[in-house]
Design a protein around this ligand. Structure first.
Ligand code: DP6
Length: 351
């Protein structure tokens, strides 16, 4: 496998600029816990978003001493530059030319920086795409499947969930017998023909319950799974959930889909509470929104449900069809009040 990922080093360029855009994603079966070299402890699956994206421009000057300068929305970000430098050292064996020059990387997100939306998935996805564009320049070839697979492989080494952002639709990362061709090394699209049309257009409205920095980063959270007494059972359950999800996706059973997705979100946060030291990323508003969603669903039977990432914000999921009017009205009247600044990011998944 590593052989396949080794580029050539025979370029004659003085300066080159590439740019790429990459969306964020939201997991349905969560990745939480990993082994060395970014190997996930269980397979995960996510929906790729349409609007929350990172746009990255990478200027490379070959022959200069290795250095990385990073800019976010016009502001220099020295911390991100250090992280990127470290990342470039780590992936050198897969891109042999990578340390032979100077980089100026400018990024911008379509979502507000302070929103608490993780930019690492879209950010590393976009960087990996830029690196692959440079690699193509140096190697003089383009092959779409190889490009995406290697970009996903490289993105994973930056941030695990980023590897799923390279493909649209439902995307799987982590080996599972349920999805042929799935791998711990890179993500693969979930086979379209096995997805009922009802799951191919969904809204994801992110309620910004708490804006700003999280108290515990995902990386620290993953680390705490190492000694979590429930970890092995959790990893096993995620695998079992893949089998359940497979038949749900095929049959279009919305009720079972909702039950599985909400259970996964709550399990993620339960794992945080069972870590030592324990931590809680949900806020009062998160819990209020969840209980209102459950009440609304009991009363109306309408398919509004939620998932959470490693933070307080609530991702409101509902099918992207006309009958969603009552759901939109309910969100505006009942849920928006639990956000910090009336903050909601309206995204969707479509394929
Ligand atoms: C809760 O991919 O951010 O969003 O690999 O350490 O960068 P690192 O972690 P990260 O973890 C994401 C965790 C999650 C679940 C998921 O996206 O599957």
């Amino acid at each position: 496998m590593e052989q396949e990922f080794t580029g050539k080093k025979d370029y004659q360029l003085s300066e080159i600029t590439v740019s790429a855009s990459c969306p964020s994603n939201i997991a349905l079966i969560k990745y939480w816990g990993k082994y060395d070299h970014q190997i996930p402890a269980n397979p995960s699956i996510s929906y790729t978003l349409q609007h929350c994206r990172t746009q990255t421009e990478m200027q490379f000057v070959p022959g200069e001493p290795f250095s990385v300068e990073t800019w976010l929305a016009g502001k220099e970000e020295k911390k991100f530059a250090e992280k990127t430098e470290k990342y470039f050292y780590e992936i050198q064996k897969y891109l042999p030319w990578i340390l032979d020059g100077k980089y100026i990387i400018s990024t911008a997100n379509t979502f507000p920086h302070s929103s608490g939306i993780a930019s690492s998935a879209s950010g590393f996805g976009a960087i990996a795409k830029c690196l692959m564009l440079l690699d193509e320049e140096f190697c003089g070839r383009h092959e779409e499947d190889f490009f995406l697979r290697k970009a996903s492989f490289l993105a994973r080494l930056g941030s695990g969930s980023a590897c799923r952002s390279l493909y649209n639709g439902l995307v799987v990362w982590g080996q599972t017998d349920v999805v042929p061709g799935s791998s711990d090394q890179f993500a693969v699209p979930y086979p379209q023909e096995d997805i009922h049309p009802v799951f191919r257009h969904f809204n994801d409205w992110v309620l910004l319950i708490h804006e700003g920095q999280k108290s515990v980063s995902s990386t620290v959270g993953h680390g705490l799974m190492k000694h979590n007494p429930y970890a092995q059972r959790r990893f096993q359950e995620a695998r079992e959930n893949f089998s359940v999800l497979k038949s749900v996706l095929k049959s279009g059973d919305m009720e079972a889909f909702i039950a599985l997705v909400e259970h996964e979100a709550l399990t993620l946060h339960a794992m945080m509470m069972m870590s030592a030291p324990a931590f809680i990323l949900m806020k009062t508003g998160t819990l209020e929104v969840i209980s209102k969603i459950w009440k609304f669903r009991n009363e109306t039977g309408l398919p509004l449900f939620f998932t959470l990432d490693a933070g307080a914000n609530v991702h409101l999921l509902f099918p992207g069809n006309e009958s969603a009017d009552a759901i939109r009205t309910f969100i505006g009247a009942e849920l928006l009040q639990h956000t910090q600044n009336q903050g909601v990011i309206k995204d969707e998944m479509k394929f």
